[in-house]
Design a protein around this ligand. Structure first.
Ligand code: SR1
Ligand code: MG
Length: 407
């Protein structure tokens, strides 16, 4: 029954689990829910009603879930293999893969239902001390170890070949780089007060568009490390003292700053949301504001510190070991990080793939949050070489927040 690809429903997923996986026994009474809330795939949670056994089956269809755009199912292979590569470098910070099935383009993996998607948790202003420590370790281990500084050149070239990901890169090239600067927004796409601002000011800024064009070319050509490619807070499962990274289907060899900038931008969505919102629980609200600010800063600083340490310990090539070279290299990664922070902010506000942190705000508050973020984004992109530490990000964001919320 499962020899040739078709899009499964819940009943098929139960049959699939029984036929293909070694998770359940004949005693188990199985149930299934489709739990996907992303833009691309279908996610089935098959679970036993009379035991604690469960599994996630993620299936790639031949079209995207969001807009039914045709899309290669090879993304499912890339995701399955990436999770195993990431496990090698970052241990249990990714779900365990049980099976990859190329016929059905599906992947069976550990159920992380004891965790929660980070975006929803931070939207409720929950805090997670230790997040910056954990996510910076994940990024440094998976990214630094797959650069030319550390990975042997022949091994890296094999991986570049295996993880060429043209269709998923094409999505990012359009959705992150081109569309937000070239497709005018309409009422409802952004807060009312920002429609004219985006169309008549932001998208007319030639200095900004020139920098975005250079950054797009870098994204397309800089095979720096094996990046996750979509490391937003919807790709992170969290619970106290545990962070798990999921969904590396956009992975390819690209600029390191693409992953780091995605994390920083998504922390900023949660931060901007909290700043413009009223809260009934002032103590919790203030605690969240303090945490998100420190976490944003620490994520940049811990990434930098650990990345510098790892490359200085593990770089093999005599030239790549030069301290002056490593300092230049880290500076370029940090500049890319700032730029991508800005790019990810803009594409989630102006572009089609939005984030609930912002879209669920009432219009007047959404207006302010979007404006703080877009103004910050412009500076992160245009002045990217000036953002070398967490404090640099905080200064820009807080200065603009004060101007915009105060006005
Ligand atoms: C059609 S895919 C839209 C977006 O969702 C994914 O999570 C990626 O971020 C992509 O850009
Ligand atoms: Mg995804």
């Amino acid at each position: 029954m499962f020899d040739k690809h078709f899009r499964m429903d819940e009943e098929d997923a139960i049959k699939y689990a029984l036929e293909k996986l070694d998770v359940f026994s004949t005693q188990d009474e199985l149930d299934c829910e489709e739990v996907g809330d992303g833009n691309v795939n279908y996610i089935f949670r098959v679970f036993s009603r009379n035991s604690d056994k469960s599994v996630i089956i993620k299936q790639a269809d031949v079209a995207t879930r969001l807009n039914k755009m045709p899309l290669s199912t090879d993304r499912n292979r890339i995701e399955a293999e990436l999770l195993q590569i990431e496990e090698k470098y970052a241990g249990d910070m990714v779900p365990k893969v049980y099976l990859f099935d190329p016929n059905m383009s599906c992947l069976a993996m550990e159920d992380l239902s004891d965790h929660e998607i980070m975006r929803y948790a931070v939207m409720r202003e929950e805090i997670f001390p230790g997040f910056a420590e954990k996510i910076s370790t994940f990024m440094v281990e998976t990214l630094a170890n797959t650069t030319d500084l550390i990975m042997p050149a022949d091994e890296k070239k094999e991986l570049v070949r295996a993880y060429i990901n043209p269709e998923m890169c094409d999505i990012s090239e359009r959705l992150v780089y081109t569309d937000p600067y070239t497709i005018p927004v309409e009422k409802g796409d952004v807060a009312d007060c920002n429609v004219d601002y985006v169309n008549e000011v932001y998208q007319q800024d030639t200095e900004l568009k020139l920098e975005v064009a250079k950054l797009k070319l870098d994204f397309m050509n800089n095979a720096q490390a094996l990046i996750h490619g979509d490391l937003h807070t919807g790709s992170i499962f969290i619970k106290p003292n545990s962070v798990k990274v999921i969904d590396p289907e956009f992975a390819f060899f690209g600029p390191i700053g693409y992953d780091v900038g995605n994390v920083i931008a998504n922390l900023m969505f949660a931060w901007a949301r909290a700043l413009v919102r009223d809260s009934e629980d002032q103590e919790k609200h203030q605690k969240f504001l303090d945490w998100i600010k420190t976490t944003t800063k620490d994520t940049v600083d811990l990434f930098k510190e650990k990345f510098e340490k790892l490359i200085s310990e593990k770089a093999q090539d005599l030239l790549f070991s030069l301290p002056e070279f490593q300092s230049w290299y880290v500076d370029t990664v940090l500049a890319d990080t700032a730029a991508v922070t800005g790019l990810e902010i803009n594409r989630r506000i102006i572009g089609i793939a939005k984030v609930k942190d912002i879209t669920t705000l009432e219009d007047e508050k959404r207006c302010k949050a979007e404006r703080i973020l877009m103004e910050s984004a412009k500076r992160f992109i245009v002045d990217r070489s000036k953002y070398n530490s967490g404090l640099d990000y905080l200064e820009t964001f807080e200065e603009l927040a004060e101007d915009i919320i105060g006005s």
